[in-house]
Design a protein around this ligand. Structure first.
Ligand code: NAP
Length: 226
């Protein structure tokens, strides 16, 4: 297999929004869902996010449970999975939380369009992969990650990155926690944005793995045939 196993994990409101119309993060998960996400992180080789998620949420993407971090250490791997940003123009702030918090590798996946000065600064804290000319070529990026030994990759948004990965046929599974909240807002990001499909026969079809109550919401797991 030349591609890693890729799954998207996201929390969304009952009306399918993943943040507010100002793209501000909302607390959607409850205690059990946080623990589930932490475990998924701890079992992944890498976590990928889009640059807009870094700019709006500034996530650290670390494993929060000390037991799970210790378990990784006992396995001889860093406390945290590699944290990877999809960032065509090298806009990741050098003081982003994902650089400041926790040990583990950081990777910026960028393009030939990225400014050399910005890249030189980011290079001090992260490995750099060039994949594509204008926008990150996700197929190429994932092939390179697999080549470097990243076999299981967790995607933690956002909406534009989710669309590109799904549209390009690069996702194996999608896990969504659906909370008991309505966010509303015509411009609030949804689980998958991007340009969308134009016709019903083009849509990506999912196969249900499971649906269960969790916290005050529902956890749904889907499989996508690649
Ligand atoms: N509830 C949740 O679980 C959850 C999780 C994560 C994020 N969020 C929310 O999602 C929102 C951010 O999502 P978003 O859709 O605005 O942005 P995003 O998916 O985080 O990042 C999109 C950006 O990635 C870069 N990119 C580079 N190559 C790409 C490619 N091939 N395909 C797609 N993107 C590519 C583009 O910027 P460049 O061209 O500059 O590279 C693009 O604008 C925030 O409001 C955040 O709070 C929610």
């Amino acid at each position: 297999m030349s591609l890693p196993y890729v799954f998207i994990n996201a929390a969304m409101s009952a009306d399918g929004k993943i943040a507010s119309s100002e793209r501000r993060q909302f607390r959607l998960s409850g205690r059990l869902d946080f623990a589930r996400v932490d475990e998924l992180r701890s079992k992944s080789d890498a976590i990928i996010v889009g640059i807009e998620t870094v700019l709006s949420d500034d996530p650290s993407l670390t494993v929060k449970s000390s037991q799970l971090r210790e378990m990784r250490q006992r396995e001889g791997i860093p406390e945290n999975p590699a944290r990877i940003v999809i960032d065509s123009r090298a806009r990741t702030p050098p003081d982003a939380d994902l650089f400041k918090k926790g040990e583990g590798e950081r990777i910026i996946i960028t393009t030939r369009r990225a400014g050399k000065e910005k890249l030189a600064i980011l290079k001090q804290q992260a490995a750099i992969i060039i994949a594509g000319n204008d926008r990150v070529d996700l197929h190429k990026a994932l092939r390179e990650l697999k080549h470097r030994g990243y076999n299981t990759i967790m995607v933690e948004g956002g909406a534009a990155l989710n669309w590109s990965l799904i549209h390009d046929g690069l996702v194996d599974e999608i896990y969504t926690f659906i909370s008991n909240q309505i966010i509303g807002g015509a411009t609030s990001p949804t689980l998958v944005d991007g340009s969308g499909y134009a016709a019903s026969d083009e849509t990506t079809r999912l196969t249900l793995i499971s649906a269960e109550s969790l916290d005050s919401g529902v956890l749904i797991k889907w499989h996508i045939a690649k």
